[in-house]
Design a binder for this molecule. Structure first.
Ligand code: SF4
Length: 237
């Protein structure tokens, strides 16, 4: 298989965009073996973010560095998870994913939902196989929690995914001092109104984690499963 540099520009090939690699995971791509590439940098500053060093730190590796690792795992791993930070911010991400696909990997994108145009390009070029889309908060709480306002972009990403045939999931991290039961109910209603049906994954904040905003411990005192409706099944992780 030709994995030479016929797809990828020299610039994106050599820039140090990548913070680190997790060489093996069974948890991050449904039913597949995978590795995770963590892209440095993010356009949000979520209060509960577990990865402050990735969000504010500089990349340590270029795709050139990572490529040798991917070649060594070719046909041993099923998939590559592109995470971060926000992987879709990186210049050359389309070239990089094109190269990864040419090696035969499935590709999953973990995205904060701020880059609908890039997401659309990747789907149109048939370069991705699975997307995990963050639903950060209600419209009213989006800026308070993320220190950015990409609610409209999230809605665009959701619409693009609903209209595509890509497998995807919507997920929210809950910290009890940031989102309460009425917020979750509002977010589920909004998902339904936007045409989403299926599973909605709720991830509970892990109290032991270091974070960007130090929101303190989280104590969720309501039954999240009960917030679902006939269209949306709430699944806790
Ligand atoms: S949790 Fe927020 S700040 Fe952290 S990487 Fe994800 S989008 Fe960026």
């Amino acid at each position: 298989m030709n994995t030479n540099n016929e797809y990828i520009s020299k610039n994106s090939y050599l820039r140090k965009l990548i913070y680190s690699i997790t060489p093996f995971t069974l948890l991050d791509y449904p039913d597949k073996t995978a590795c995770i590439i963590w892209f440095a940098g993010c356009n949000m500053r979520c209060t509960y973010c577990y990865n402050p060093e990735i969000v504010t730190g500089k990349g340590k590796y270029s795709f050139d560095d990572v490529k040798n690792f991917l070649l060594s795992r070719q046909y041993l791993l099923d998939a590559v998870v592109m995470s971060g930070g926000e992987c879709l911010l990186s210049d050359g991400i389309i070239d990089i994913i094109t190269e990864i696909k040419s090696m035969g990997y499935l590709v999953k994108i973990d995205t904060n939902g701020s880059r609908p145009e890039t997401l659309k390009q990747l789907i149109n070029k048939q370069l991705i196989d699975y997307v995990a889309l963050d639903f950060k908060a209600t419209k009213a709480k989006t800026f308070e929690i993320t220190k950015a306002d990409f609610y409209a972009e999230f809605v665009s990403c959701l619409d693009i995914l609903i209209k595509s045939d890509i497998q995807f999931e919507v997920r929210t991290t809950i910290h009890s001092s940031l989102l309460d039961q009425s917020d979750i109910q509002e977010m589920i209603n909004e998902l339904s109104a936007l045409g989403y049906s299926g599973k909605y994954y709720i991830q509970h904040f892990r109290n032991e984690s270091e974070t960007i905003g130090n929101p303190g411990p989280s104590y969720c005192d309501f039954n999240i499963i009960d917030c679902g409706n006939e269209m949306i099944e709430v699944v806790e992780r």
